[in-house]
Design a protein around this ligand. Structure first.
Ligand SMILES: *Cc1c(COP(=O)(O)O)cnc(C)c1O
Length: 232
């Protein structure tokens, strides 16, 4: 049996240490417990140990599980998203991290207009410009920002990335640094309603490096809940 509470405590300590190394305040960094593929009971257990924020990546699974979780958790949606499934997230998530194209943003805007509520989103950047990966390419980012910023009910809060895989977290550092620079460049455009306060980056293998480079949201799954059985 995984000791979820102990894992979370240890990750929080490591985030704190990374903040001290970088001269940052630990309160600037929020830990998202990525609970995809894990049962509702483990989410309730993590909540009982003080973890409030959870991330999910599959719409169908999220629909089923969010009804089964008893604790008043805050949900973020992290995964690849088809426009026709956005309606299942409506009103149930506080933030969507994976907005990488205009058509998807338009559908999110449409759905949240129906409930007359704002939705916080991050723009996902394909920072390694990898062929098979989702995320906006760097050359399209400014157009995406400008277009999404005009849509009703959508609030752009920052950027998210899934950098190229590397066994050594140090190899990922330049991508995290580039993300921070990109956020700075967008901020300089001073677009109304666009904030670059959030940088969602860092997972189990590299969250400390991400924190050192400015992450404000780290998404940690395996290091909290243990290995996942791969989904189809
Ligand atoms: C699964 C997932 C994570 C967590 O990955 P771990 O390596 O298990 O920490 C983070 N971000 C996204 C988008 C994911 O899909």
């Amino acid at each position: 049996m995984m000791d979820i509470a102990a894992n979370i405590a240890s990750i929080r300590q490591r985030i704190g240490a990374a903040c001290r190394r970088a001269g940052r305040c630990p309160a600037e960094v929020r830990l998202i417990a990525v609970s995809k593929v894990k049962p509702a009971e483990q989410i309730d257990a993590a909540f009982a140990s003080g973890q409030q924020l959870f991330g999910e990546s599959y719409v169908q699974e999220f629909r089923d599980k969010s009804s089964a979780v008893k604790s008043p958790v805050e949900w973020h949606f992290l995964g690849g998203l088809q426009s026709n499934k956005v309606k299942y997230l409506r009103g149930r998530v506080a933030m969507i991290h994976s907005v990488d194209r205009i058509s998807l943003a338009e559908e999110i805007s449409r759905q949240w207009q129906k409930i007359d509520q704002p939705i916080n989103v991050l723009l996902q950047v394909n920072i390694g410009e990898e062929k098979q990966k989702s995320g906006c390419l760097l050359g399209n980012l400014e157009t995406l920002v400008r277009t999404v910023a005009e849509l009703p009910r959508i609030q752009i809060c920052g950027l998210m990335c899934l950098p190229p895989h590397a066994d050594d977290a140090e190899e990922v550092r330049p991508y995290f640094r580039r993300m921070r620079d990109l956020a700075g460049e967008i901020k300089q455009l001073q677009l109304p309603g666009v904030s670059m306060a959030e940088l969602s980056m860092g997972m189990s293998g590299d969250f400390e490096v991400a924190v050192e480079e400015g992450a404000t949201l780290v998404r940690v799954g395996t290091a909290i809940f243990g290995e996942r059985i791969k989904k189809g």
